[in-house]
Write a new protein. Sequence first.
Length: 262
Amino acid sequence: MKIPGRTLAAVLMCVALATATTGTAQAADLNDPRMKDIAMQIVSSAENSSTNWKAQFGYIEDIDDGRGYTAGIIGFCSGTGDMLDLVELYKQRKPGNVLEKYLPALRRVNGTDSHAGLDPNYTKDWKTAAKDSVFKAAQESERDRVYFNPAVRQAKADGVRALGQFAYYDAIVMHGDGWGNLDFSGIRKRALAKAKPPSQGGNETTWLNAFMDARVWTMKQEPAHENTSRVDTAQRVWLKAGNLDLNTPLKWKVYGQSFEIK
């Protein structure tokens, strides 16, 4: 059947729009459960030297970074307020739990590296709580509220795909946000001085290089974070390979250890 020129053009336009829409719908997004699990595995490789992030609910130790105890699946810290928020949420969801008695001490040590009121049994009780499904769910809720959702939301607003979303997430996990020049927003602000994100007409690779440069600079300002391998031998490797969708298989190194997700 012969199709008039105008009709043919309209058909071709519809096909192009459908293709574009399909491509967008299929673009990698960390909100996808599988991609979120991949993100958690990569973060865990740096935070816990293992991709088995679901085994880290009971993790707790003082890593001598000035933030007191670091614990759980995302490194909640007794000195930065996120651990306090987590234990308060746990109390709301399960009054009388094993960690509730430490809330006064957690309020006192917030902003310091002190263990006052927490030792000698806090680490043992944390591990006990980590066997409770309610506490595990609380950890995941706070991870999403404080770190994952804000990072992915900003990344998508900036027009970056899964690798960029992960780069934002990893940055906010390590540096937090809303407290000073060395936080996540500070990193993004430094990057903006060098490049534009895709949402502002910039090139995605150029933007992510600028963001990673700003992240590395920030890490080097803190002795506890001066090892930049989680950017240099992980995120930067994927960026150089053009893997903006964070497609598997993935191979990377963190702190000299090699990891792989098939």
